[in-house]
Ligand binder design. Structure first.
Ligand code: GLV
Ligand code: GLV
Length: 326
């Protein structure tokens, strides 16, 4: 009998085709609506491989029903939606899609910084609503990006790619990371500082750390209060790292200038969320890696990883290395 794969979202046929040649493939039939928990649980109990989206929660409880599951391949670089320890205990390999999305995500992070500091969204919204009555000397004025100080929290691959962009804008780049990255400091001329110092000195702060127990709500009321009144905060890795209640207060009271958000505590962010009532946020729907080329490249990595595991080879980009457990 051929191994069976379940794909939790409707994906382009031509990308799924190589799997169909070798395996039995079942796929959730909607692109917009996520798979239900009940269907996911039923599939997990049967299949050999699972191709997941970052919006699927694969926790210990969900993994309990897995009987034949050998691999979970996540269409994302982040994998906080999967309990990788529980998977490891059950001998299930988990893979992600790093590297191919680094530059695309850095483009989004830097673009969101530009849009937020220069107020693209509120200016465009005003234009469309007929609010552009004359060229206005101080109308829609924002904050400069070139020549200012950028603070990057989380200096991984995407952080480095953002730092390179910042250098093109003649920015001074500070970073904070769990471990100092001496090679990165030398290569990209970036300066390590403690988190509080970064928050105090940066004109713009970009958050790129993964979501973990350590980074959960690492930016709260106290941290926001350290930032400059003219500063912007850009959040592009995962929701839940910034305390949204504290962020709302800081933006509402204008103790910081603006925030650009690609990720939220709850996704999709509810339309009635207080943050969406504020003029000084720029909000986009988790589109960091969303270029045609990059999403296709990510999907090809998932196909390769699933094929490798089902055919008995070691896959690339394993995030819960089973080799060390064996
Ligand atoms: C996107 O957020 C990803 O983790 O790939
Ligand atoms: C702006 O368009 C200017 O010419 O100053």
């Amino acid at each position: 009998m051929k191994p069976t794969i379940f794909i939790t979202r409707k994906l382009p046929d031509e990308l799924v085709a190589p799997l169909k040649e070798k395996f039995t493939v079942r796929m959730w039939d909607s692109e917009e609506v996520a798979v239900t928990k009940a269907v996911l649980r039923e599939e997990i109990a049967q299949v050999d491989a699972l191709w997941t989206m970052l919006s699927d929660t694969i926790d210990r409880d969900m993994l309990e029903s897995a009987a034949n599951l050998k691999v979970i391949s996540n269409l994302a670089v982040g994998f906080n939606n999967i309990d990788i320890e529980a998977a490891k205990e059950k001998g299930i390999i988990v893979t992600n899609t790093p590297d191919v999305l680094t530059e695309t995500t850095a483009d989004l992070a830097f673009g969101l910084l530009l849009a937020t500091a220069r107020r693209f969204n509120s200016a465009e919204k005003d234009l469309r609503q007929g609010g552009w009555l004359s060229w206005t000397p101080m109308g829609f004025t924002g904050m400069d990006i070139h020549g200012t100080t950028l603070g990057i929290i989380g200096m991984g691959r995407i952080g480095e790619a953002v730092a390179r962009r910042a250098k093109g804008f003649n920015m001074h780049v500070l970073y904070h990371n769990r471990n100092r990255k001496l090679e990165t400091e030398e290569k990209y001329d970036v300066e390590y500082v403690e988190l509080d110092d970064l928050l105090k000195q940066a004109d713009h702060v970009v958050i790129l750390v993964p979501f973990t127990e350590e980074t959960k709500e690492m930016i709260g009321e106290r941290e926001l209060s350290l930032m400059k009144k003219t500063a912007t905060l850009i959040s592009v890795s995962r929701g839940g790292i910034v305390d949204e209640v504290a962020l709302y207060d800081a933006l509402k009271n204008e103790t910081i200038f603006a925030a650009g958000l690609d990720v939220f505590e709850t996704e999709p962010i509810p339309l009635r969320h207080p943050l969406l009532t504020l003029p000084n946020i720029t909000a986009v729907p988790h589109i960091g890696s969303a270029s045609v080329e990059t999403r296709r490249a990510m999907m090809k990595m998932n196909v390769e990883a699933i094929t490798d595991v089902l055919e008995g080879r070691e896959p690339k980009d394993q995030v819960n290395s089973l080799a060390s457990a064996r």
